[in-house]
Design a binder for this molecule. Structure first.
Ligand code: SAM
Length: 247
């Protein structure tokens, strides 16, 4: 499979994405630490701090962590809530979920997390059934982003919140050139060494460059029905956190 500079038809994109994450699942967490030099942990911590899941309440606080992969966000949310939150970690890729559920055995509150295979574009969950929907570094992989956002809005209850963490375009003068060099020259060879294949990381870089700019993505959130949409950028715009409410 070659993604290169090729334009991939929308129908074919999911197949390519699935192959990428199938191939890297076992080395995924290690690669995240290496590529981001650990920064992905800080961005994820900031996302969960912003969500501030309640630590108690008369009813369960239910979160859908979509494209949840190996469960990083799910684990953080449950820990931040001291075991009060119930998180469904959902992903289209069974290999990523397998790594996650193996890891979950050693988590502090393993009983509060459930792993469910699903496509973000067609969620197997009822309307108005979650208090929060989170998606970290997942939405850019979904072929039909607007469809996924519509689904997120559908499954959230009124008063529910969406948080999207995603890579953005670095536009800080001076740093942008360094970032480009790092992306092109360091990441694919690093992927080659760690996972035995540079191709998935070529896809990774291209998918970041193709993702809509913050203003455009915020408009898409509004089109899905989300209100009070705002965003904040982390680490010279490498990552952006979007927030919206279903009111
Ligand atoms: N959230 C995790 C994290 O932050 O480390 C994993 C992010 S990983 C870069 C992207 C994930 O999106 C992969 O696990 C992939 O399988 C998942 N994904 C891609 N397309 C999807 C879709 N249509 N529906 C659900 N998950 C999808």
């Amino acid at each position: 499979t070659h993604f290169g500079e090729q334009t991939v038809a929308l129908e074919d994109k999911q197949g390519l994405v699935d192959k990428v994450f199938h191939d890297v699942a076992d080395r995924y967490d290690l690669m995240n630490d290496l590529m981001s030099m650990g920064a992905h942990r800080l961005w994820k911590d900031a996302m969960v701090a912003d969500l501030a899941p309640p630590k108690a309440g008369s009813r369960p606080y239910k979160v859908l962590d979509m494209a949840g992969g190996t469960g990083d966000i799910g684990e953080r949310i449950v820990n931040a809530s001291l075991g009060h939150a119930q998180v469904v970690v959902s992903d289209i890729n069974a290999d990523m979920l397998r790594v996650g559920s193996e890891r979950a055995r050693s988590w502090r509150y393993p009983g509060q997390v459930e792993f469910v295979e699903a496509n973000a574009e067609e969620l197997p969950f009822e309307d108005n059934s979650f208090d929060a929907y989170t998606i970290a570094f997942g939405i850019r992989n979904v072929p039909r982003i607007q469809k996924a956002l519509d689904e997120a809005h559908r499954v959230l209850r009124r008063g529910g919140r969406i948080l999207v963490l995603e890579f953005s375009q670095v536009d800080v003068p001076g740093f942008d050139a360094v970032y480009r060099l790092y992306s092109d020259q360091i990441i694919p060879p690093m992927g080659q060494v760690v996972t035995g294949d540079a191709q998935p990381y070529q896809y990774f870089i291209e998918s970041i460059r193709k993702f809509p700019a913050p203003a455009e993505f915020s408009t898409m959130l509004g089109q899905a029905g989300f209100k009070r949409v705002k965003h904040q950028s982390f680490t010279a715009n490498i990552a952006t956190l979007f927030s919206g409410w279903k009111l």
